[in-house]
Design a binder for this molecule. Sequence first.
Ligand code: ADP
Ligand code: MG
Length: 643
Amino acid sequence: MPKIIQLSPHIANLIAAGEVVERPASVVKELLENAVDAGASKVTVEIRDGGMTFLRVTDNGCGMTAEDAQTAFLRHATSKLRSAEDLAAIGTMGFRGEALAAIASVSRIDLMTKTPSSIEGVSLHLEAGEITERTEAGCPDGTTIIVRDLFFNTPARMKFMKSDTIEGSRVTAAVQMQALAHPSVAYRMLRDGKEVLSTPGTGKLEAAVYCIYGRECAHMVKVDSRWEQYSLTGYVSKPTDSRPSRAHQTFFVNGRPVKSKLLISALEEAYRNQIMVGKFPACVLHLALPANTVDVNVHPAKTEVKFLSEKSVFDCVHYGVLGALNKTPDRPNVQFKPAPKAEPVAPSQPPKAPIVKQENFFRTMTAEEFRTFSTAVRESPKPKPEAAAATAAKIQQTTLPPLRESVILPQTPSFPSPAPIPQVRIVEAPKPVPAPPPVPQEAEAEQTAMDMPTVADWKMVGELYNSYIIVEQGDNAFLIDKHAAHERILFEKLKANQEKISAQSLLAPIPVRLGPSAAGELLANRAMLEELGFEIDEFGENTVVLRQIPMDLSPENAADAVESLASDLLNGRHEEKDTVRDEILHTVACKAAIKAGWISDDAELLALVKQVMEREDLKYCPHGRPICITLSKKQLEKQFKRS
Ligand code: ADP
Ligand code: MG
């Protein structure tokens, strides 16, 4: 073993830089947080070449004295923390005292700063963390930091940088994030001389949201709830305006943008039974809680937090959002709203179980919260068994001879069901129409994905709910989910074709507005997307334009497909080309497939059934849901007490 030595401060800073300073966007984040901590009300960010060669942040905050300005660049130099006790209740954005030191160690910096009480300001120049020049300077109150040639002395890091376009988009995303985090600060951003963002800094969150998301946010629902020591404010999307990915979910905890699975599940729990599987709510939510109930010191970039009471936080977000959604008067009737173009329904994939059970909640609720909550619950959509029964009842009323027993389906799926049509088409079945089969709990296990029969003599009996095709073969009936089946067939077809996927050029290119950093990610994968039939170009901040899409995808579905692709790519699926390709094919297949609830003609249905019945490999859709379930004659006989 070599002898142990202590690392030099320069090397220690380089190591810290690896954690804090990943790319221009992370530099900007740190500098913007410093500006907020300095009490600035106006902050301007300017970048050139994606922030790689030039990045300037100017604020009108408290500034630094000449002495402080030099100390600021030392490792663990901070004005925000004095004792270990302070660490337990941090009220500032920064506190680790390493950002300036880390940034300085991998760049060339110019700093100009002046406090209101001093007559002259100070100007410093640093090269790789060393102060090389120090002069007095006439400058306005506040601080300006220019970071040039980021990573000029760490070529290994430099290699990880993407194109200027992508890095630039990430910087914009970081500024947007800060603007949403601090609505009382006016942010302005210039990218290569062009203004790409400007918020008024009025303190109103909606103003900032509007500047960033544009008109899209006009339909969002306001959340404003207080509970115990917590407050939750912001905007969430209506269930009908859900998104194909989580890219538009933004959470702040005490003004800090955070990534938190807990907050995501609390939000999504509020949409349970109201949103389609595979769709996600959008939000900009601020959670404010006492500083001593949250630990922000669990991650160098401070994007993760730990809550003292996860349960209370979950409840606060869950019921805060639920209450807001239930207050909106035009809440859609998710159960029976006619939806001829409904998205796929997923019988075997109910949303994830809630982290916190409702029963626990009552123990910690105040009386007032309980009242609000119980109203919310009363108004929330009815559980599914009743819905299924009601659907069945409706069908009975209109066309079918009355059944003796009302139909109760086990395994309640939780999504809006497609509207029942007043007719069940029968192709060649002289027998009584198969109504939704009464299947009690114990029969559930038997009704699994089928082992595909190879015997040929089957016949198509009809279709249920414009979604499930009924096929009879010997002593078995099969219910085929037409969307899932079609999706799988398309997927196989696309996958088998290893060549470039055939594409259609769009006469009118489609602009797609995306969440922060999604546009950059798509553009970074442009070559691969092109192989898959998408031609995508940059089109301003957060927006791309589609010029060409795969042949099988209809233009109306293209924007949605691209948004889910971006989210797949952002979720780190870009390592393996085959996986990404598969993901993209899933998305294309899913968007291009006929949907549950659509009216299909018999020829179309028959073609699907033929493939499903003949091909053993078609068992599950690309997302793992079964394509076909079996209902045996025996099962039915048992139900009718015949056996
Ligand atoms: P931290 O923010 O964790 O304290 P930094 O390295 O980011 O650590 O900054 C070190 C110190 O420099 C801060 O504590 C603050 O006193 C000072 N400082 C940095 N940026 C500014 C600014 N824009 N205006 C005033 N003071 C600043
Ligand atoms: Mg800081």
